[in-house]
Ligand binder design. Structure first.
Ligand code: NAD
Ligand code: GLY
Length: 361
């Protein structure tokens, strides 16, 4: 069981490898990807205690001089202080421009370590080894890297494509159930934005997906998500247009994360709530049928994801929306659906409708 997906970006193209026991092959796959020299493996305390030894051994066997940097787990780690500390670790590890960074962990580590690689010495190569479902289906693919500021999420960052993405599905066995479900929110997103039959397949198979009991199904699902993301990124690497569809549910999702306090809702949970918000707005504004909106909401409920955030008053949420990256002239931009599998991006939504829909949740 091995799925290979290619992100086609000319000379920056790379492979995503999805399968079991791939972590043991990290070193040889880095060699195959043309990497050389020293590397800094960045991980968090949770993932490091489980998988760093295997990763370090594999890199060592393949001839790399690898140094491990283990940092605290959680969204708060994606910050300037950790970024600067990691630059120092790169220097201590002797990384020159031929060196590389390995991001071993979830999306927090992928975004932060990716941004270290994007900016250290004006950019060195990096490898994504995603260990959360969310990182496998979304954050490890496509080259968005960055950190949060106290004022908002992901406000500093760069596009920097990895050389290789290695998704070892076995690592998902240790992922806490809450984090696994949060990753399913991004999985559902791909059905909504791009592939109605994939959405239908998820509706039909959600119990097996929710309890991780069918590894073959999981592999197919992760593979399909990566195919869709690779397809979108291959057409629009830097979000000049189409790539914005990947932000379905994220405009309000990011604001919820901030207003509730980072960590209160994990990213995928906030995206689930933001997706229901976007679906309800879509009924009013872009022709989504009420029946399809209900299917979207049911899908998240079936997967035990939250669909409302009672502790987030509209006024605070609206203030947070004003500093979203996608906000232009104070007006946030929304991805809206006209049907499951068909969305448009860059939509303005009238103030009154935003407020009315938020209060309806
Ligand atoms: P995360 O990195 O915080 O990981 C979630 C938790 O699971 C952490 O506590 C982590 O230590 C733990 N964990 C991860 N893998 C594990 C495993 N195999 N076994 C045991 N524990 C494990 O969060 P996430 O949900 O993976 O990623 C969220 C981040 O990704 C957010 O910062 C979000 O902004 C970012 N993101 C980026 C993109 C992008 O395109 N760059 C896309 C989506 C999300
Ligand atoms: N997760 C949004 C993107 O990669 O563009």
């Amino acid at each position: 069981m091995l799925y290979d997906v290619t992100v086609n970006l000319g000379e920056r193209s790379y492979g995503i490898h999805i399968g079991a026991e791939l972590l043991e092959e990290l070193g040889e796959r880095c060699v195959s990807a043309g990497l050389k020299g020293k590397c800094l493996v960045v991980t968090d305390a949770n993932v490091g205690s489980l998988y760093a030894a295997t990763a370090m051994e594999s890199l060592g066997k393949a001839g790399f001089k690898a140094t491990l940097a283990t940092i605290p787990a959680g969204e708060q780690t994606k910050c300037g202080d950790q970024l600067f500390a990691l630059y120092s670790r790169c220097i201590e590890a002797g990384l020159d421009r031929k060196g590389f960074v390995v991001a071993l962990g979830g999306g927090v580590i992928g975004d932060l370590a990716g941004y270290v690689a994007a900016s250290y010495l004006r950019g060195i190569p990096f490898v994504q080894v995603p260990t959360s479902l969310l990182a496998m289906v979304d954050s490890s693919v496509g080259g968005k890297t960055g950190i949060n500021l106290p004022e908002g999420k992901n406000l500093v960052g760069a596009f920097h494509q990895p050389e290789l993405v290695l998704a070892d599905l076995q690592t998902l066995e240790t992922l806490p159930v809450r984090e696994y479900r949060a990753g399913l929110a991004e999985v559902v997103k791909y059905g909504i934005i791009y592939d109605a039959s994939f959405f239908e397949c998820l509706e039909g198979q959600w119990p097996a997906l929710a309890d991780r009991s069918d590894v073959g199904l999981l592999a197919r699902v992760v593979g399909r998500c990566c195919e869709i993301k690779a397809d979108v990124v291959g057409q629009d690497e830097r979000e000049g247009g189409l790539r914005a569809i990947l932000n379905f549910g994220h405009t309000v999702g990011h604001a919820i994360e901030k207003v509730a306090g980072y960590g209160e809702f994990v990213h995928g949970e906030a995206v689930a709530i933001g997706s229901v918000f976007a679906a309800r707005v879509s009924v009013e504004q872009s022709g989504l049928s009420q029946a399809e909106c209900d299917r979207i909401e049911k899908m998240f409920v079936d997967l035990a994801l939250p669909v409302r955030a009672p502790g987030c008053p509209w006024a605070d949420l609206r203030a947070a929306l004003a500093v979203d990256k996608k906000t232009i002239g104070g007006m946030p931009k929304f991805v809206l659906a006209s049907a499951i599998g068909l969305v448009s991006f860059g939509n303005d939504v009238p103030e009154a409708l935003m407020e009315q829909v938020w209060k309806s949740l």
